[in-house]
Design a protein around this ligand. Sequence first.
Ligand code: AMP
Length: 452
Amino acid sequence: MSFKSFNLSDLMIKSLARQGYLSPSSIQTRVIPKALKGGNIVAQSETGSGKTHAFIIPIIENLQLDSDRLQALIITPTRELAQQIYAFLEAFKGDYPKLHARLFTAGKETERTFRQGMRVPHVIIGTPTRIKTMLEAKSLIDLGSVKTLVLDEADMLMEMGYFADIDIIYRLLKAPPQMMVFSATIEFNLRKNLEKYVGADFVIEMDDVKTAKTVGHHAIDVKHGDRLHAIEIFIKTLNPYLLIIFASRKEQVATISSYLKSAGHDNIMLHGDMSARERKSAYKLIGANKHRLIVASDLAARGLDIKDVSEVLNFDLPKDLTYYFHRAGRTGRFGANGQCYSFYNSDTVTQLEKLIESGVSFSFHELRDDTIISTDKIARRKTRKQKVDPDLERQIKLAAAKVKTDVVKPGYKKKVRDAVAKVKRKHKREIIRKDIRRQRVARYRKEGSKNE
Ligand code: AMP
């Protein structure tokens, strides 16, 4: 399929091609035609699926660029996400020089910087509270021509308690806008929140797969050993190109980071306690390929577009398993291959089982002798070693049956054990004899062929 089948303008097709977007992703195929017609959209879609373009393409197509009026509002839970969407919009400016978007996020735009009389943007992207404050500032921006309202990462907006602000923003609009809602999960409470905007019988546009098809899932049994050392073995064995190590608790993030540093593995941290400025500079360094290892809390698992992540390693499995999908979704983005590894042990095996139930297909590995080895291989080795010899089995059964009497007498078990041991010894002698014979025959053959 190509973007041409969507009835998009030639300019849009050209712009997409210039940016390297030639064929639409599955969520774009589902959303764009409906959105172009102005329909409400509720889509369940992971980051990495191309969901941002599923809403920005129809938004740009429907903008009246000659009018300096606000026409679309995009609400996101974090300023990083807002910045990411802003950057995607700005990338269209080469072909749409009149396109004017503005970020309304904490630390970026205030009533002081955006003043009466300034040029009103076509699109505002921002976090709920800042957008609400800015729009409430009377007569700063005319809301009469807002056609589209996007809620990106709606489950996260709800978790962060932002729906009160979103309700206020919605009520500020003069007419019900076209709603476009994107969320990784759509559970009962979110459905209820959305019904206010899109009615009760909305259809959910689904992405094809929960995590990109190109992600391989691996579980590594680290037993109860030292997981920090296990990370080192992991790095040594897999030599990852760009690895994100996820840990659920931020103290763990700090511990892992400093342990790796002391072991000579340069890395960078991403966690919730960092200031916006620190996070921004971390993303910059990552974007400039200054670090091969990122140690992160679940904050980084959601929404953020870190390019070329080749492997994800879960130091532990997240308590909320939806985060497993967020974490795994950091790799294998847009057709690239990616691998998601998870440390587990007997205490966390039930979490793995739940993931398997929800469709994740794992390959299993173990830590052995300072390397990571596939459990299949171990099993193959074991079966090779312990290959059951049907002849021996038969002899053991016969020997046991001979000892057996109708009435179980004292010492019976010992007698059976002794008889079986005798058979096994005999069998072993036989094997050794056979082996010697085989070797002798081989030697004769070799010498014979020499003499011929
Ligand atoms: P998102 O799911 O919006 O976070 O997008 C993930 C990545 O996919 C971004 O880096 C986009 O530049 C890229 N992308 C979006 N649409 C397409 C497409 N149709 N073809 C190739 N890459 C795309």
